[in-house]
Ligand binder design. Sequence first.
Ligand SMILES: [Zn+2]
Length: 414
Amino acid sequence: MDGNQVLMLGLAIEAPWKLVNQHLELSSSPNELVLEIEAERGSLYPCPTCSKACPAHDFKTLTWRHLNFFQHHCYIKANVPRTRCAEHGVKRVNVPWAREGSKFTLLFEQSVLVLAREMPVKACAEYVGIRDKRIWRIIKHYVSKALALMDLSALKAIGLDETAAKRGHNYVTVFIDMDRKDKPVVFATPGKGKETVKQFKSFLTEHQGQADNVLEVVCDMSPAFLSAIEEEFPNANVTVDWFHVVQLFTKALDEVRKVERKLQPHPKSLRWAVLKNADGSLTDKQKEALAELENSDLNTAIAWRIKEQLRWIRKAETAHAARWRLTYFINFAKTQLGDIEMLEPVRKALATVEKHADRILQRWSSTYTNARMEGLNSLFQAARARARGYRNTGTFMTMIFMIASPVSDLLKSI
Ligand SMILES: [Zn+2]
């Protein structure tokens, strides 16, 4: 077996294509191995539309980046014909080693996908030595191909949440299958609110699912989501995710703290201390800050005590107990808030919770825990990090699919 035959075997090239030349370009850095491929003279080629064997009309030299040859970059160069089909006219044939329009071989693209599953795209781009924009193009192609194959016929419980690709910008709404323990994301779309729910419903219908089969939806208390769910998924029970209740009061508390801090001094290290659970992992400084806060007559202390009481509600063991605790909590909080103007954000949060009490209490009768919704947050963070350097709604969503949807399994079979 000579060198050419070894390389041909490695390339898995079959007739009419054969390797005719190879040379190592030493002037470029890193060095480039160029493999020239040609079809045998007088060959017939399949028309890309009907596969009928047709004569070549003309040729064009095309180049593809292939897997590295040891430490050298490797390129395949070939004269690719256009066929002249009696029925379909003149068309460029598809080569077996690359997909139409790509400047990379299939094997190269596969290796890019494997890398992109494990590291940020920017790092992946540096490693293989091509621009990250091109890597994104490859990933997007395969992700959308895999997405098209997704089967949602068994979907009956969904959770949805919105997040931003960049702080405060480029919102994306993500839908998860509450029955999937691993890789639960089934859909993501730019924007937040009503339209996103409609889009999910169309996607569901196009992927063998039925809106009427969706019996449970877990989400936050945004009126846009809630009204859209009622319209598009009429059979669904809505559970407000506990995580969002806590988030609501945490935000309100932070608003109060920011306003008050400008008017009077606050204990040091208070900012992060109040955002954490008081029984969670606090630094000594944070513990001191909370002790100081508890003994103060700051409005932030009132807002903090109210937020802290949420945990007591959550610990209720039955739906009945939870209802009793929630009612007690609302009344207790109202007394604490009085008519202090600075505490208006907390008053608003309280009104929202009062309005959605039934949906919040639903979690005690629902079979779905909110652990999965909480898990979404760390997933969003991971996706943001992977898309760093070239992050927009498109790349952010693509990365969410890559790391947290069944698409990543489908990619292996493409
Ligand atoms: Zn044809």
